[in-house]
Design a protein around this ligand. Structure first.
Ligand code: PBG
Length: 324
Protein backbone atom coordinates (compact mmCIF):
# COMPACT_ATOMS: atom_id res chain seq x y z
CA UNK A 1 0.00 0.00 0.00
CA UNK A 2 0.94 3.66 -0.26
CA UNK A 3 3.51 5.08 0.47
CA UNK A 4 5.43 1.96 -0.74
CA UNK A 5 3.24 1.35 -3.74
CA UNK A 6 3.22 4.22 -6.20
CA UNK A 7 1.75 3.44 -9.63
CA UNK A 8 2.99 6.79 -10.92
CA UNK A 9 6.56 5.36 -11.01
CA UNK A 10 5.72 3.66 -14.29
CA UNK A 11 4.25 6.85 -15.73
CA UNK A 12 7.33 8.95 -15.00
CA UNK A 13 8.43 9.56 -18.58
CA UNK A 14 7.53 8.65 -22.16
CA UNK A 15 10.05 5.79 -22.39
CA UNK A 16 8.81 4.04 -19.27
CA UNK A 17 5.20 4.59 -20.29
CA UNK A 18 5.98 3.07 -23.64
CA UNK A 19 7.75 0.10 -22.01
CA UNK A 20 4.64 -0.83 -20.06
CA UNK A 21 2.13 0.05 -22.75
CA UNK A 22 -0.31 -2.84 -23.18
CA UNK A 23 -1.72 -1.96 -26.59
CA UNK A 24 -0.66 -0.10 -29.70
CA UNK A 25 -2.25 0.99 -32.91
CA UNK A 26 -0.47 0.11 -36.14
CA UNK A 27 -0.89 0.69 -39.85
CA UNK A 28 -1.95 -2.93 -40.38
CA UNK A 29 -4.99 -2.37 -38.14
CA UNK A 30 -6.66 0.07 -40.50
CA UNK A 31 -9.45 -0.70 -42.95
CA UNK A 32 -10.58 2.13 -45.22
CA UNK A 33 -14.18 2.26 -46.53
CA UNK A 34 -14.69 3.40 -50.14
CA UNK A 35 -17.97 4.41 -51.79
CA UNK A 36 -18.17 3.63 -55.50
CA UNK A 37 -21.01 4.99 -57.63
CA UNK A 38 -22.05 4.60 -61.27
CA UNK A 39 -21.26 7.42 -63.69
CA UNK A 40 -18.17 9.29 -64.75
CA UNK A 41 -15.95 12.02 -63.34
CA UNK A 42 -17.64 11.80 -59.95
CA UNK A 43 -15.70 12.73 -56.86
CA UNK A 44 -18.47 14.09 -54.71
CA UNK A 45 -17.99 15.04 -51.09
CA UNK A 46 -20.52 13.50 -48.69
CA UNK A 47 -22.04 16.53 -47.02
CA UNK A 48 -22.36 15.04 -43.54
CA UNK A 49 -18.88 13.47 -43.77
CA UNK A 50 -16.43 16.24 -44.65
CA UNK A 51 -13.30 14.80 -46.24
CA UNK A 52 -15.05 11.62 -47.48
CA UNK A 53 -16.15 11.22 -51.09
CA UNK A 54 -18.15 9.04 -53.46
CA UNK A 55 -16.12 8.03 -56.48
CA UNK A 56 -16.93 6.85 -59.97
CA UNK A 57 -14.68 4.11 -61.35
CA UNK A 58 -12.49 6.50 -63.39
CA UNK A 59 -11.45 8.24 -60.14
CA UNK A 60 -10.15 5.06 -58.54
CA UNK A 61 -6.57 5.15 -59.87
CA UNK A 62 -5.92 8.41 -58.07
CA UNK A 63 -7.55 7.24 -54.86
CA UNK A 64 -5.68 3.93 -54.88
CA UNK A 65 -2.42 5.73 -55.34
CA UNK A 66 -3.23 7.75 -52.22
CA UNK A 67 -4.13 4.59 -50.29
CA UNK A 68 -0.93 2.87 -51.38
CA UNK A 69 1.18 5.89 -50.47
CA UNK A 70 -0.45 6.03 -47.05
CA UNK A 71 0.39 2.35 -46.58
CA UNK A 72 -3.17 1.25 -45.80
CA UNK A 73 -3.44 -2.40 -46.73
CA UNK A 74 -7.18 -3.17 -46.55
CA UNK A 75 -10.27 -1.55 -48.03
CA UNK A 76 -14.00 -2.12 -47.60
CA UNK A 77 -16.04 -1.40 -50.72
CA UNK A 78 -19.61 -0.08 -50.83
CA UNK A 79 -21.45 0.04 -54.14
CA UNK A 80 -24.48 1.71 -55.64
CA UNK A 81 -26.64 1.29 -58.72
CA UNK A 82 -28.50 3.52 -61.16
CA UNK A 83 -31.30 0.96 -61.36
CA UNK A 84 -32.99 -0.13 -58.15
CA UNK A 85 -35.80 -2.68 -57.99
CA UNK A 86 -37.97 -4.30 -55.36
CA UNK A 87 -35.59 -7.20 -54.82
CA UNK A 88 -32.26 -5.46 -55.36
CA UNK A 89 -31.20 -7.87 -58.08
CA UNK A 90 -28.64 -5.46 -59.56
CA UNK A 91 -26.57 -6.29 -56.50
CA UNK A 92 -25.28 -9.45 -58.17
CA UNK A 93 -24.75 -7.99 -61.63
CA UNK A 94 -21.32 -9.09 -62.84
CA UNK A 95 -20.88 -5.66 -64.39
CA UNK A 96 -21.67 -3.75 -61.18
CA UNK A 97 -19.34 -0.93 -60.21
CA UNK A 98 -18.15 -3.10 -57.33
CA UNK A 99 -17.17 -6.00 -59.60
CA UNK A 100 -15.37 -3.63 -61.94
CA UNK A 101 -13.58 -1.95 -59.06
CA UNK A 102 -12.54 -5.34 -57.67
CA UNK A 103 -11.14 -6.43 -61.03
CA UNK A 104 -9.18 -3.21 -61.36
CA UNK A 105 -7.82 -3.36 -57.82
CA UNK A 106 -6.84 -7.03 -58.05
CA UNK A 107 -4.99 -6.35 -61.31
CA UNK A 108 -3.15 -3.20 -60.26
CA UNK A 109 -2.89 -3.58 -56.47
CA UNK A 110 -2.66 -7.35 -55.96
CA UNK A 111 -1.48 -7.00 -52.36
CA UNK A 112 -4.39 -4.81 -51.25
CA UNK A 113 -6.88 -6.82 -49.17
CA UNK A 114 -10.32 -6.38 -50.72
CA UNK A 115 -13.45 -6.66 -48.60
CA UNK A 116 -16.94 -5.95 -49.96
CA UNK A 117 -20.10 -5.06 -48.09
CA UNK A 118 -22.84 -7.59 -48.90
CA UNK A 119 -26.21 -5.94 -48.42
CA UNK A 120 -29.17 -4.93 -50.57
CA UNK A 121 -30.15 -1.59 -49.03
CA UNK A 122 -28.45 0.45 -51.79
CA UNK A 123 -30.11 -1.71 -54.45
CA UNK A 124 -33.74 -2.00 -53.31
CA UNK A 125 -36.31 0.71 -54.05
CA UNK A 126 -37.56 0.50 -50.46
CA UNK A 127 -34.04 1.04 -49.09
CA UNK A 128 -34.30 -2.01 -46.84
CA UNK A 129 -31.61 -4.66 -46.60
CA UNK A 130 -33.75 -7.13 -48.57
CA UNK A 131 -37.04 -7.42 -50.46
CA UNK A 132 -39.98 -6.54 -48.24
CA UNK A 133 -43.48 -7.73 -47.69
CA UNK A 134 -45.48 -5.05 -45.85
CA UNK A 135 -42.28 -3.42 -44.52
CA UNK A 136 -40.98 -6.76 -43.22
CA UNK A 137 -37.80 -7.98 -44.91
CA UNK A 138 -38.17 -11.46 -46.39
CA UNK A 139 -35.29 -13.31 -44.81
CA UNK A 140 -34.88 -16.39 -46.99
CA UNK A 141 -35.41 -14.62 -50.32
CA UNK A 142 -32.76 -12.11 -49.19
CA UNK A 143 -30.37 -15.00 -48.51
CA UNK A 144 -30.67 -16.18 -52.13
CA UNK A 145 -29.87 -12.74 -53.50
CA UNK A 146 -27.00 -11.87 -51.15
CA UNK A 147 -25.44 -15.28 -51.78
CA UNK A 148 -25.38 -14.55 -55.52
CA UNK A 149 -23.95 -11.13 -54.73
CA UNK A 150 -21.17 -12.71 -52.67
CA UNK A 151 -20.31 -15.15 -55.47
CA UNK A 152 -20.14 -12.32 -58.03
CA UNK A 153 -17.77 -10.41 -55.75
CA UNK A 154 -15.61 -13.47 -55.14
CA UNK A 155 -15.35 -14.03 -58.89
CA UNK A 156 -14.33 -10.40 -59.38
CA UNK A 157 -11.55 -10.67 -56.79
CA UNK A 158 -12.88 -10.05 -53.27
CA UNK A 159 -10.69 -11.59 -50.57
CA UNK A 160 -13.45 -11.39 -47.97
CA UNK A 161 -17.15 -10.69 -48.25
CA UNK A 162 -18.88 -8.91 -45.40
CA UNK A 163 -22.61 -9.57 -45.07
CA UNK A 164 -24.17 -6.65 -43.19
CA UNK A 165 -27.92 -7.21 -43.39
CA UNK A 166 -28.33 -9.14 -40.11
CA UNK A 167 -30.44 -11.81 -41.83
CA UNK A 168 -30.76 -15.14 -40.04
CA UNK A 169 -28.59 -17.74 -41.74
CA UNK A 170 -26.68 -15.25 -43.89
CA UNK A 171 -23.25 -16.69 -43.17
CA UNK A 172 -24.29 -20.31 -43.80
CA UNK A 173 -26.03 -19.37 -47.02
CA UNK A 174 -23.07 -17.37 -48.35
CA UNK A 175 -20.52 -19.99 -47.25
CA UNK A 176 -22.56 -22.66 -49.06
CA UNK A 177 -22.80 -20.62 -52.26
CA UNK A 178 -19.11 -19.70 -52.25
CA UNK A 179 -18.04 -23.32 -51.71
CA UNK A 180 -20.43 -24.65 -54.32
CA UNK A 181 -18.92 -22.28 -56.86
CA UNK A 182 -15.35 -23.15 -55.97
CA UNK A 183 -14.55 -20.04 -53.91
CA UNK A 184 -13.41 -22.04 -50.93
CA UNK A 185 -10.69 -19.53 -50.05
CA UNK A 186 -12.88 -16.44 -50.07
CA UNK A 187 -13.44 -15.49 -46.44
CA UNK A 188 -16.45 -14.14 -44.60
CA UNK A 189 -16.19 -11.16 -42.29
CA UNK A 190 -19.63 -11.22 -40.74
CA UNK A 191 -21.27 -8.10 -39.38
CA UNK A 192 -22.26 -10.45 -36.56
CA UNK A 193 -23.35 -7.85 -34.09
CA UNK A 194 -24.83 -4.89 -35.84
CA UNK A 195 -27.15 -2.69 -33.84
CA UNK A 196 -30.13 -0.70 -35.10
CA UNK A 197 -28.25 2.52 -34.56
CA UNK A 198 -28.85 6.22 -35.16
CA UNK A 199 -25.10 6.57 -35.74
CA UNK A 200 -25.50 5.37 -39.36
CA UNK A 201 -27.25 8.58 -40.46
CA UNK A 202 -24.45 10.15 -42.54
CA UNK A 203 -23.67 6.80 -44.25
CA UNK A 204 -27.21 6.52 -45.55
CA UNK A 205 -26.72 9.73 -47.49
CA UNK A 206 -23.43 8.38 -48.86
CA UNK A 207 -24.78 4.99 -49.88
CA UNK A 208 -28.24 6.24 -50.83
CA UNK A 209 -29.83 3.55 -48.69
CA UNK A 210 -32.23 5.29 -46.33
CA UNK A 211 -35.31 3.11 -45.67
CA UNK A 212 -38.27 4.73 -47.45
CA UNK A 213 -40.54 3.68 -44.61
CA UNK A 214 -40.09 2.07 -41.22
CA UNK A 215 -36.68 1.35 -39.75
CA UNK A 216 -34.22 -1.54 -39.50
CA UNK A 217 -35.27 -2.74 -36.05
CA UNK A 218 -36.78 -6.01 -37.32
CA UNK A 219 -33.34 -7.19 -38.42
CA UNK A 220 -30.62 -5.16 -36.71
CA UNK A 221 -30.07 -5.68 -32.99
CA UNK A 222 -31.65 -3.82 -30.11
CA UNK A 223 -29.05 -1.52 -28.46
CA UNK A 224 -30.36 -2.71 -25.08
CA UNK A 225 -29.00 -6.23 -25.56
CA UNK A 226 -25.60 -7.78 -24.96
CA UNK A 227 -26.33 -11.46 -24.25
CA UNK A 228 -28.00 -11.62 -27.66
CA UNK A 229 -24.71 -10.40 -29.18
CA UNK A 230 -23.02 -13.56 -27.92
CA UNK A 231 -25.79 -15.62 -29.49
CA UNK A 232 -25.41 -13.84 -32.85
CA UNK A 233 -21.64 -14.32 -32.85
CA UNK A 234 -21.89 -17.97 -31.81
CA UNK A 235 -24.28 -18.75 -34.66
CA UNK A 236 -22.07 -16.97 -37.18
CA UNK A 237 -19.08 -19.01 -36.05
CA UNK A 238 -21.05 -22.23 -36.39
CA UNK A 239 -22.20 -21.13 -39.85
CA UNK A 240 -18.62 -20.60 -41.02
CA UNK A 241 -17.63 -16.98 -40.38
CA UNK A 242 -13.88 -16.29 -40.49
CA UNK A 243 -14.03 -12.97 -38.66
CA UNK A 244 -16.62 -11.16 -36.57
CA UNK A 245 -17.58 -7.52 -36.56
CA UNK A 246 -19.14 -5.25 -33.96
CA UNK A 247 -20.87 -2.09 -35.15
CA UNK A 248 -21.14 0.79 -34.27
CA UNK A 249 -17.84 1.19 -32.48
CA UNK A 250 -17.32 3.45 -29.52
CA UNK A 251 -20.74 3.11 -27.83
CA UNK A 252 -20.35 -0.69 -28.03
CA UNK A 253 -16.86 -1.33 -26.64
CA UNK A 254 -18.43 -3.56 -23.99
CA UNK A 255 -19.67 -5.84 -26.76
CA UNK A 256 -16.22 -6.06 -28.38
CA UNK A 257 -14.74 -6.96 -25.00
CA UNK A 258 -17.40 -9.57 -24.36
CA UNK A 259 -16.88 -11.29 -27.72
CA UNK A 260 -13.11 -11.12 -27.25
CA UNK A 261 -13.41 -12.94 -23.92
CA UNK A 262 -15.86 -15.50 -25.28
CA UNK A 263 -14.57 -16.43 -28.75
CA UNK A 264 -11.23 -16.86 -30.44
CA UNK A 265 -12.00 -15.57 -33.94
CA UNK A 266 -10.60 -12.14 -34.87
CA UNK A 267 -12.95 -9.24 -34.12
CA UNK A 268 -13.19 -6.12 -36.26
CA UNK A 269 -14.63 -2.87 -34.93
CA UNK A 270 -16.46 -0.40 -37.18
CA UNK A 271 -16.10 3.26 -36.25
CA UNK A 272 -19.21 4.29 -38.18
CA UNK A 273 -20.19 7.40 -40.10
CA UNK A 274 -21.91 9.16 -37.18
CA UNK A 275 -18.82 8.70 -35.01
CA UNK A 276 -16.70 10.18 -37.80
CA UNK A 277 -19.04 13.13 -38.30
CA UNK A 278 -19.17 13.95 -34.58
CA UNK A 279 -15.39 14.05 -34.29
CA UNK A 280 -15.12 16.12 -37.48
CA UNK A 281 -17.77 18.59 -36.36
CA UNK A 282 -16.34 19.12 -32.90
CA UNK A 283 -12.80 19.47 -34.17
CA UNK A 284 -13.77 21.92 -36.89
CA UNK A 285 -15.24 24.11 -34.13
CA UNK A 286 -11.95 23.83 -32.27
CA UNK A 287 -13.66 22.05 -29.36
CA UNK A 288 -11.49 18.93 -29.52
CA UNK A 289 -8.11 18.02 -30.99
CA UNK A 290 -9.00 15.82 -33.99
CA UNK A 291 -5.76 13.86 -34.19
CA UNK A 292 -5.57 13.15 -30.45
CA UNK A 293 -9.23 12.15 -30.22
CA UNK A 294 -9.04 9.85 -33.26
CA UNK A 295 -5.88 8.10 -32.07
CA UNK A 296 -7.34 7.67 -28.59
CA UNK A 297 -10.62 6.27 -29.94
CA UNK A 298 -8.83 3.75 -32.17
CA UNK A 299 -6.58 2.65 -29.33
CA UNK A 300 -9.71 2.08 -27.24
CA UNK A 301 -10.94 -0.40 -29.86
CA UNK A 302 -7.64 -2.27 -29.62
CA UNK A 303 -7.83 -2.32 -25.83
CA UNK A 304 -11.37 -3.71 -26.00
CA UNK A 305 -10.10 -6.57 -28.17
CA UNK A 306 -10.46 -5.54 -31.82
CA UNK A 307 -7.82 -6.90 -34.20
CA UNK A 308 -8.60 -4.27 -36.83
CA UNK A 309 -10.74 -1.16 -37.24
CA UNK A 310 -12.83 0.08 -40.11
CA UNK A 311 -12.49 3.84 -39.98
CA UNK A 312 -13.05 6.77 -42.33
CA UNK A 313 -9.97 8.31 -40.68
CA UNK A 314 -7.71 5.49 -41.96
CA UNK A 315 -5.73 7.58 -44.44
CA UNK A 316 -5.15 10.41 -41.95
CA UNK A 317 -4.20 7.96 -39.22
CA UNK A 318 -1.68 6.29 -41.52
CA UNK A 319 0.06 9.63 -42.00
CA UNK A 320 -0.06 10.43 -38.27
CA UNK A 321 1.38 7.03 -37.34
CA UNK A 322 4.28 7.56 -39.69
CA UNK A 323 5.02 10.93 -38.09
CA UNK A 324 5.11 9.49 -34.56
C1 PBG B 1 -25.63 -1.41 -45.01
C2 PBG B 1 -24.68 -0.72 -44.13
C3 PBG B 1 -24.87 0.40 -43.29
C4 PBG B 1 -23.64 0.70 -42.76
C5 PBG B 1 -22.72 -0.22 -43.26
N1 PBG B 1 -23.38 -1.10 -44.07
C6 PBG B 1 -26.09 1.21 -43.05
C7 PBG B 1 -27.25 0.65 -42.38
O1 PBG B 1 -27.26 -0.48 -41.90
O2 PBG B 1 -28.26 1.37 -42.36
C8 PBG B 1 -23.33 1.86 -41.85
C9 PBG B 1 -21.91 2.33 -41.88
C10 PBG B 1 -21.67 3.68 -41.31
O3 PBG B 1 -22.56 4.32 -40.72
O4 PBG B 1 -20.53 4.15 -41.44
N2 PBG B 1 -26.57 -2.20 -44.40
Amino acid sequence: MYPHVRLRRLRKNASIRSLVSEHALSLADLIYPIFIVPGEHICEEISAMPGQFKYSLDQLPLLLQKIAEAGVSTVLLFGATAIKDAEGRCAYDKNSVICKALQYMKAYYPKLVLITDICLCSYTTAGHCGPIDADYVRNDLTLDIISKMAVSHAEAGADLVAPSGMMDGMVASIRGALDKNGWIDTGILSYSVKYASAFYGPFREAADCRPQSGDRKTYQMNPANSREAVCEAELDIQEGADMLMVKPGMPYLDIIAKLYQTFSLPIVAYQVSGEYSMIKAASSEGWIDEKAVVLESLLAFKRAGAIAIITYFALDVAVWLKMQ
